[in-house]
Every structure is written in C-alpha cells, then in structure tokens.
Design a protein around this ligand. Sequence first.
Ligand code: NCD
Length: 311
Amino acid sequence: MIKIFRLKNIISIKDFERQDIEYILDEAAKLEDIAKSREFSDELKGKILGLMFFEPSTRTRISFETAMKRLNGQCIGFTSSGSSSVSKGESIADTAKMFEGYSDALVIRHELEGVSKFISDVVNVPVINAGDGAGQHPTQTLLDLYTIKKEIGQIDNLKIALVGDLKFGRTVHSLSNALCLFDNVKIYMVSPPELKMPQEILIDLDNTNVEYEEADKIEDIIDDVDVLYITRIQKERFGDIDDYLKIKGAYVVNKKMLEGKDLIVMHPLPRVDEIDTDVDNTKYNKYFTQAANAVPVRMAILKTVIKNNPK
Ligand code: NCD
C-alpha cells in the first residue's frame, strides 16, 4: 500500500489518521542515520523555518532547529514574547503574517490553547503546533510513538501508564488521543485527584476501543505496564501557587521501585523531581533516547510538510 500524508498543518493529533502517523514514523526511520551520524542532506536546502516561541522551550525548539539544519535549511525566529514586537502591542496575527513573508513553514509555541490553529487560519504556509497551553503537543506525540515502536516493537497491544499532571499536561492529552488509533491499547492514568485527565479526553477514549483505568499509586499498576510515561506537574498553569505546593513531589520513580520489572520509563522532559537520578544509569531509562529521537522525527515532519506545500 502506498502511504500518504494528508495534512498541511500539524495542529492537533486528533487531525491524524493512523496512516499519517505511520507515514511520519517511517520517514523518521529513514532519516535516523543522518541524524545519528551527524550528517546533512540537501532535502530542505534554500528553505527557511520560522520559529515563534512565545513560551519557554529547550528540547522542542532546539530539536526543530537541529532537524532543519540537518536538512540544510535555515531557521529564523524568537524565543520569548518579550523579544518580539508583540511586547510593543503588535497582534499575533500581524506577527504571523510577517513570518509568513519570510519563511516556508512556522512552528508556534504559546501559553494559550488554540493559538496555532488561529495562526493557521491567517497564513498560507504550513503551521506546526509546538505546544499550546494545556491543549496539544502533536509533534511530541509523534516522537513518543516513534520511541515506543522502536523500544517495544509495536504500538498495538501496548499497556502504558500516564503518571503525574494529566490535567494540564498537553503531552499526555495528545498521546491519549493518538493511542485511540491503535489496537488493543490499555492506558492506566495515575494522578492526584486534582490533576485527573480532562473529561473531554476520557470521552474521546470512550468512543474508541482503548481501555483505560484510573489509579492513585504507581505501585498499583507497575507490574502491568510496558511503559511508565512520567510527567512534570505543570507549575506555570496553576492559578494559586499553594495548590501546586500541596501536590509537588506527589509521584517519584526511583531505581528500587523498578528493579525486576519489564518496562521502560519515558518522560517528555524537563524533569523536576519525578524521576530520581538513580534511574538514569539503568536499562529502564529511555527518556534521553526519547529526547534524541526528536531530531529524526522532526526532520520527517519538516521534510514532509514543506515539500508537500511549496510556497
Ligand atoms: C513538554 C511541554 O512543553 O509540554 N516539554 C516538551 O516539549 N518536551 C513537557 C513539559 O513542559 O512538562
């Protein structure tokens, strides 16, 4: 079967069909050698990527830049609202239109849900959502799925625990939606009562054949899972800092808890205190591999959307 990729904009993983995900994962596998051996290809020579990062980022922004540069393209952009003319009162739409004039695709990170979608409605170049508030983070999900497929062998039949801030964590929202496209998946959701998975995502899951179960403690589910996907409590999204302080440190995974278990530990990073550093030098640690996989996966995304949508 010839696989195709149908999307111009990467806004929500809910826009994807299984074949779109498989297309990107297959492309990423082909590009992994270039990424890992620190080589370059001319796939995007002469192309410019606009990076509009209104919210802080390390991995996402740097891996998009690395991906573009490995394909011999170039990057322009800003890394905070304060360093763009939005701080002078320019509208996001006007800023985006400037970037449209200068670049072949835009990558957007913003603290408000829906901003990438809004920008995709006002520009003609492809728009990639690199995280919108507590909404979606579709390119993180693609690299998470790539990592799961590489490490476990397949995504079908997966048993995964999502641990931590399931209310505000956009990575677990996107990942849950994506898993709806695979067969026989079971999700265990482990969070403090205040940070449970939003009802709308549970409804999405109810409409598919993904099975899910909520749990209070990691210990209750650790023997049943292939992947422990740990997340940071999203401090910046709490209205009241005291609410954050009450929950901070609620879940910590350490080496002792993992000994003898047949699973891998993933985390979108940054970690605060939810994975003890004694896990770093064990076979369970796949979070740094996951971060490295961002480069071939984002190379695949950029190559696909920029080549499919020439200016
Ligand atoms: C995540 C994000 O920004 O949503 N980080 C990332 O992109 N790898 C997770 C987080 O900030 O906790």
